[in-house]
Design a protein around this ligand. Structure first.
Ligand code: EPU
Length: 337
């Protein structure tokens, strides 16, 4: 247990905010010990996984717990399927690579997403036509009210676009300890429908891609436009892509011919990156904070010295200008602490 501990290395924005107390835990027993400490001191709790989806806007006056439970195990189901379970503290991308080396398919489109396995169900991480809900089987959690272990299956997790029960009614009630995925061993489902993947495979001269080829294409695409948090602080997409009514989209089309949208019934999902770029934010810097020059949906700690408050205020300005120009209210995807 450490006191007045800087969380700078534990959030990918690289914001220098302090936690009143900090503990890194490697087992359920250590987690329970830390929880009993917070209980006696009646401290608020902050659980940190990979730190890739939080913005610390001020010092945290409670106990921050870094979840570092490690381990992966496999249970073969049949010739074509395997259950793979990884503990919360496993790095997501390393886990994906582990699966690809074993030729287990299903997670390849999710290569290079920052963060840890334990936080992947929180917001049903997704990219390039895949979300974890497509291969998710269950997760084991610690119920913080009674300290009992519970299992949530796919249905109970209520996954949606960047959403789950853990962000809604289950918020703050559970700690995810491990996650199980059902992956393929032979007959892989190759997902290339996302435009950028197709063109990247063409660039690579690949016609019948393997899951490893898909991963390579995804890595190339991500590296070409998403900033590496190790080089420049960021938390990936800062906002969700908003869903608006088809009628509102049609009205906007009258005014903005080039507006893009992905229709879904009576609704249309609009790329927030496009809206933000149209408002002139792409690559724009104010003080220590900027919208990334290649993907305006990503806010970066441009100088490395930004405070969480500065980043938050910058995001508010973006929200206001998109609202003013398009009448659409962007929602932050990153958790604001
Ligand atoms: N666009 C712009 N300007 C920009 C950025 C994007 O016009 O500055 C346009 C692009 O030209 C494209 C469209 O917006 O036509 C969509 O862009 P892109 O394919 O880059 O995807 P996105 O919708 O911006 C989402 C996810 C990403 C994920 C990609 C690929 C969200 C909030 N973001 O971004 O997820 O990698 O799709 O699947 O859904 C993350 O969550 O941290 C993340 C990076």
């Amino acid at each position: 247990m450490q006191e007045n501990f800087s969380l700078q290395p534990y959030n990918t924005f690289g914001v220098d905010a302090k936690a009143r107390y900090f503990a890194e835990i490697y087992s359920i027993e250590e987690l329970k010990e830390a929880l009993s400490f917070s209980d006696t001191q009646t401290l608020p709790l902050l659980f940190i996984g990979g730190g890739s989806n939080i913005l610390l806007t001020k010092d945290f006056e409670g106990l921050a717990i870094k979840l570092s439970l490690k381990g992966i195990h496999e249970d073969l189901i049949n010739e074509n399927e395997v259950l793979v379970t990884a503990k919360a503290g496993e790095n997501w991308h390393e886990f994906v690579i582990f699966c690809l080396e074993k030729n287990y398919g299903g997670l390849e489109n999710l290569s290079l997403i920052p963060g840890n396995v334990g936080t992947s169900p929180m917001q049903n991480i997704g990219a390039y036509g895949t979300e974890i809900k497509d291969t998710f089987v269950s997760c084991t959690v610690l119920n913080l009210e009674n300290l009992q272990l519970e299992t949530f299956n796919l249905e109970q997790c209520k996954f949606g676009y960047r959403d789950s029960i853990f962000k809604q009614e289950g918020k703050g009630k559970y700690v995810i300890l491990e996650v199980t995925f059902k992956l393929t061993r032979q007959t892989h489902k190759i997902k290339t429908e996302y435009g950028a993947i197709k063109s990247e495979l063409e660039n690579l001269g690949i016609q019948n891609p393997t899951i490893q080829d898909i991963s390579k294409a995804v890595i190339n695409i991500r590296q070409s436009k998403l900033p590496d948090p190790k080089e420049i602080g960021n938390a990936g997409s800062f906002f969700k892509n908003p869903t608006i009514l088809l009628t509102q989209f049609e009205e906007l089309q009258q005014k903005f011919e080039n507006i893009q949208g992905y229709p879904n019934g009576d609704f249309v999902k609009v790329p927030a990156g496009w809206l933000i770029e149209q408002c002139g934010w792409k690559g724009k810097q104010i003080g220590n904070v900027a919208s990334h020059k290649l993907q305006s949906l990503v806010i970066v700690n441009a100088t490395g010295s930004a405070t969480g408050k500065e980043i938050f205020d910058f995001s508010t300005e973006i929200i206001n200008s998109v609202k003013e120009k398009f009448g659409i209210e962007l929602e932050r995807e990153v958790n604001i602490i």
